[in-house]
Design a protein around this ligand. Structure first.
Ligand SMILES: [Zn+2]
Length: 603
């Protein structure tokens, strides 16, 4: 569900190649800087278009040929981006207009992986990342090593975690999946060494500091900011945690302690990052919302195209122009019967102007209905910044891109479904607890997990956590933030972080935490602009041009200004604020406090 391409995003995925060309020995002038940036703009525009086209075809018609073309397009863009990042250093001491200075800075901070200048080490590093990615992708756990048919892949294991209510079976699957990771431990250690070397060559203390440098504030200040947001949310999380623990204790007995941490395997998800799948175990009594959007969509035989049209209509109701004709001609909405495609939902802007598309295999489910809004959020964002210089055609920070569509999805309230004719009558307020509980299991449960992955990686990159403590540090953090513990002892010979995709894939994760905080802050600001006086969880900004104007004020800035400016343009505040989450879940928090009376809270 992430936005795939646009030059800056791609740039962020790439490694920094060795050497740089075109560097001159004489001191550069302001005119040289302008010329350089013009060249960067032209080159990235051209290479990004090529890479996007090849990427689109590669993912829509998977063959060895299209895969090779895709890789070639990506590589060409990678090489150019790496070269530009190094060349930008040449202009470091020059006095430049603010927007040019910002472009120079962004060129340097947008790399996720900086390869060392030694070509052998650079190759070793990129090979390590591909190897770990491959090991994860091929990861399987076999109940019986002699029987290939007993092997489960990630989809199978995900399903066991989501649907089984047999503790032994769940535990075996959870432990089974984690067996894919220990072989990656040595590789990860070497990977961290080499990627730090590359980051240092670019002037960063280590890879983690390089990742944090892209947030328009000092890396340490950013880390403090995250802890502040977590502290705002902690009281709500503690209530949810205690309530879920009591319900699980009732269901599973002493495997779940009455006090102390939750067992990580019983929350319906391999990483305990989303607890939605155990809604049936923790559902509040008498709070059945009385309808299922999935059932409605199926009963009406709503086509995939019409589901997307409904999403588009929401944005249009806010004052945005309809999507171009080519969107409907070129997008992929339904899994083709005759070829292999990458079905993972994504949003594209092929020409970085208005050749917008989504690629998704849509089912008639409430989940996909939400995902459509998420992907369209990327598309409307991409179009809002399409006249800026290429380097600025991205979101204010990476959390903003992910938050935009989810903000709109928060407006898909029962009253909204009534307005567009999908539902006859909205359930009364007594059912709100059910709706809020299911949303909290997804959004509130995720918050601490969203912090843990990069907290762990930052400590690994900085050397604070040495390789012999990789696993214990991982579980220390999961205990500290999530209040979860593994179902059995996990020694330091294991490598449990490697069992989460984003670690072997080397994808930064903090964006998902930020998005989770921002979407509620956006929703609160836009609801206010829309004049909504109802409780926040009942507000929908549908048909509000005033809300649309505020949203567009933020979107159209792209990455051209520091993110606090973009945030201010929409919300009036320059600070991220998790109190909007508390506002949204206020009735649930009061209800949870009532349920948890006399029960120990915390771990
Ligand atoms: Zn996304």
């Amino acid at each position: 569900m992430r936005q795939i391409i646009s030059a800056v995003c791609v740039l962020a995925l790439l490694s920094l190649g060795a050497g740089c060309t075109g560097a001159s020995t004489t001191a550069p002038t302001a005119a040289d800087a302008k010329k350089f940036l013009d060249q960067v703009d032209r080159t990235l525009t051209r290479l990004s278009l090529d890479a996007n086209r090849a990427g689109w075809v590669g993912q829509n018609f998977i063959t060895p040929d299209t895969e090779a073309m895709d890789a070639r397009g990506t590589q060409a863009l990678a090489d150019a981006s790496s070269r530009f990042a190094k060349e930008a250093v040449r202009f470091d001491t020059l006095d430049l207009p603010a927007d040019q200075r910002r472009q120079m800075t962004l060129l340097k901070v947008s790399l996720v992986l900086a390869t060392p200048s030694d070509p052998k080490e650079a190759e070793e590093l990129t090979t390590l990342v591909s190897a770990m990615r491959g090991e994860y992708g091929r990861g399987k756990w076999c109940r019986d090593a002699a029987k290939p048919e007993s092997c489960l892949n990630i989809d199978d294991i995900t399903k066991v975690l989501a649907t089984s209510r047999n503790e032994k079976e769940i535990r075996a699957a959870w432990e089974g999946w984690h067996t894919i990771a220990p072989p990656m431990k040595k590789e990860y250690q070497r990977f961290a060494e080499l990627s730090n070397k590359g980051a240092k060559e670019l002037g960063f203390a280590d890879t983690g500091a390089m990742w944090r440098a892209r947030y328009d504030m000092a890396p340490d200040a950013f880390a403090k900011e995250l802890d502040r947001l977590y502290e705002q949310l902690r009281p709500l999380y503690l209530q949810l945690h205690a309530y879920v623990r009591a319900k699980l204790h009732k269901k599973y007995g002493d495997v779940v302690p009455e006090k102390g941490p939750l067992p990580a395997h019983l929350l319906g998800n391999i990483w305990a990052q989303d607890w939605s799948n155990i809604y049936d175990v923790v559902a509040p009594a008498n709070a059945d919302v009385g309808y299922s959007l999935t059932d409605i969509l199926k009963r009406r035989k709503t086509s995939a195209t019409n589901m997307v049209k409904t999403g588009e209509h929401f944005f249009v109701s806010l004052g945005f122009a309809p999507l171009p004709k080519t969107f409907w001609e070129r997008s992929l909405f339904v899994r083709p019967r005759d070829r292999e495609v990458v079905c993972h939902a994504s949003a594209w802007d092929i020409d970085n102007v208005d050749d917008l598309r989504i690629k998704m295999c849509i089912d008639q489910t409430a989940e996909d209905f939400t995902t459509i809004h998420h992907e369209l959020g990327h598309n409307f964002y991409q179009r809002a910044y399409d006249t800026l210089p290429m380097i600025f055609r991205d979101s204010a920070n990476d959390g903003f891109h992910e938050a935009t569509g989810d903000t709109i999805a928060l407006s898909v309230t029962p009253e909204y479904l009534v307005k567009i004719g999908l539902l006859d009558k909205a359930p009364d307020a007594s059912r709100d607890i059910g709706l809020l509980m299911s949303k909290a299991l997804e959004k509130v449960a995720f918050i601490p997990f969203g912090l843990v992955i990069d907290q762990w990686r930052w400590k690994v990159f900085s050397g604070e956590v040495a390789p012999d403590r990789y696993n214990s540090a991982w579980w220390d953090l999961r205990l500290k933030y999530q209040g979860v513990a593994p179902p059995s002892a996990r020694g330091d010979q294991l490598f449990d972080p490697g069992a989460k995709y984003h670690v072997p894939d080397n994808t930064p994760y903090m964006r998902y935490f930020l998005a989770n905080v921002l979407e509620f802050q956006f929703h609160r600001a836009l609801s206010k602009a829309a004049g909504c006086t109802a409780p926040l969880h009942r507000c929908s900004i549908y048909e509000s041009k005033a809300a649309g104007d505020k949203l567009n004020a933020m979107l159209s800035l792209g990455l051209s200004k520091p993110w606090p400016d973009a945030l201010e343009a929409m919300t009036g505040s320059r600070q991220m604020d998790a109190s909007a989450i508390l506002d949204y879940f206020r009735p649930l928090q009061a209800w949870l406090e009532e349920q948890n009376k006399g029960v120990a809270v915390g771990w």
